[in-house]
Design a protein around this ligand. Structure first.
Ligand code: ATP
Length: 326
């Protein structure tokens, strides 16, 4: 059975940009004749997402994530390429397509600012023609899971960011879409609210089989939520695999984390590849193509007064930094 929910092939978006030259005279000249250049924001992107996945989409600022999502949700037309989402070509069949799609753009609100969230939910109920019983059932479920019973009757402008974000999620999910695009769903939230939202996403995914595409700059979102991750850089896909593969990206390196019994003179660690250093601790990267990990550990235990020692993979943050700067 083909359970692909998103299939993107050769997706490219070119924007026209006015070439800006420096200097006063050039600015005056540009009022009369403008030189235009074409810039590829997204370039030959291929992407397949299966039903029931929680997929992370990450990349540095300006990488092309939002442009890709805008084309997949039908807001933008691509310059080249094909997009099939839930069997639809999003920009051609937008009205029918959006009935099956939920979106949350963390920086933009779907809620009416001066009204309580419950009024926006009621409006969505009418827009999506959700039957009364179903609406009551869904609202009870969301109130319980997101603990928002006490805020849905307050004007949105009086809600905290965390409370508002939870209500935004309800807006995105009320009509039971099969697929949700979440753009920075936990941005600016405290750790407890972040966890509530992640738990909620995982529960919706598990219980209802909802597919999520999550754009984030928060690596904890990636690590706690996503099965697979697509990394975009300069408009191109530069990594597309499981989180497990990403975490073992540097399979030939390990980190030895050491805590010393007393403060250590850093010069004593000369000859080691020290990647992080504290007064009484160090992280040492070991290249497994040149060193044996067991021998390295014994050597460290032998040379220093060690309180604790731990072997880990290269932290995911460092892997991603490496991929971004490649
Ligand atoms: N309407 C537009 N006209 C011209 N250039 C655009 C337009 N929209 C986006 N771009 C450019 O396309 C590139 C990709 O932008 P995009 O918003 O997709 O990046 P992003 O990965 O979502 O970044 P961020 O993480 O900062 O939100 C940027 O260089 C941006 O300036």
């Amino acid at each position: 059975m083909n359970d692909t929910i998103i299939e993107v092939r050769g997706l490219t978006k070119t924007f026209k940009k006015i070439k800006k030259k420096e200097g006063f005279l050039s600015s005056i000249r540009s009022l009369v004749s403008r030189e235009v250049e074409h810039v590829n924001s997204v370039s030959d992107v291929n992407l397949s997402i299966r039903k029931g996945e929680i997929r992370g989409l990450i990349g540095p600022n300006g990488a092309g994530k939002s442009t890709t999502i805008k084309m997949m949700s039908g807001i933008l037309h691509p310059s080249e390429g094909t997009v099939n989402v839930l069997g639809f070509t999003p920009w051609l069949e937008r009205e029918r397509f959006v009935r099956h799609l939920g979106v949350l753009f963390g920086q933009k609100s779907q809620l009416w600012w001066d009204l309580p969230p419950i009024d926006t939910f009621a409006l969505n109920k009418e827009m999506y023609r959700i039957p009364d019983e179903k609406y009551k059932e869904r609202m009870a479920y969301f109130k319980e899971l997101l603990q928002i019973g006490h805020v849905v009757n307050q004007p949105v402008r009086t809600l905290s960011l965390g409370e508002r974000m939870k209500c935004e999620l309800v807006c995105a999910l009320l009509h039971e879409p099969a697929l949700i695009f979440l753009d920075e769903p936990t941005i600016g939230l405290d750790i407890v609210s972040k966890e509530t939202i992640r738990r909620f996403i995982k529960q919706m995914n598990k219980e209802q089989g909802t597919t999520f595409l999550v754009t984030t700059h928060d690596l904890a979102d990636l690590e706690n939520l996503c099965d697979n991750v697509t990394i975009i850089n300069k408009g191109k896909v530069v990594f597309d695999d499981s989180m497990e593969t990403l975490s073992t990206y540097f399979a030939n390196s390990k980190i030895i984390e050491v805590k010393f019994n007393k403060p250590l003179d850093p010069s004593k660690l000369e000859g080691y590849n020290v990647i992080a250093w504290g007064q009484q601790s160090a992280q040492i990267e070991i290249d497994l193509t040149k060193n044996d990990i067991k021998r390295s550990v014994y050597e460290i235990l032998d040379r220093f007064q060690v309180a604790d020692i731990n072997i880990t993979n290269i932290p995911i943050e460092q892997v991603i930094k490496h991929i971004y700067s490649a």
